[in-house]
Design a protein. Structure first.
Length: 62
């Protein structure tokens, strides 16, 4: 895992076409803005885990 320090309004670029920007820092929470091509899915981890669980349930049921 790569760990970077960023301040408010600073960004990182991933693979030349995904930009993650620190939008706000409030207490122990950080708000991130993500700019990515429409064909690149972007999910919070808990949503991604739920999607995978649903796909696995469908695969084992079918």
């Amino acid at each position: 895992m790569l760990v970077l320090s960023r301040k408010k309004n600073e960004s990182i670029v991933i693979n030349n076409d995904i930009t993650v920007t620190v939008v706000e820092i409030r207490g122990d929470k950080v708000r991130l803005g993500i700019m990515a091509p429409k064909e690149v899915p972007v999910h919070r981890q808990e949503v991604f885990d739920a999607i995978l669980a649903e796909q696995n349930a469908r695969a084992t049921a079918g």
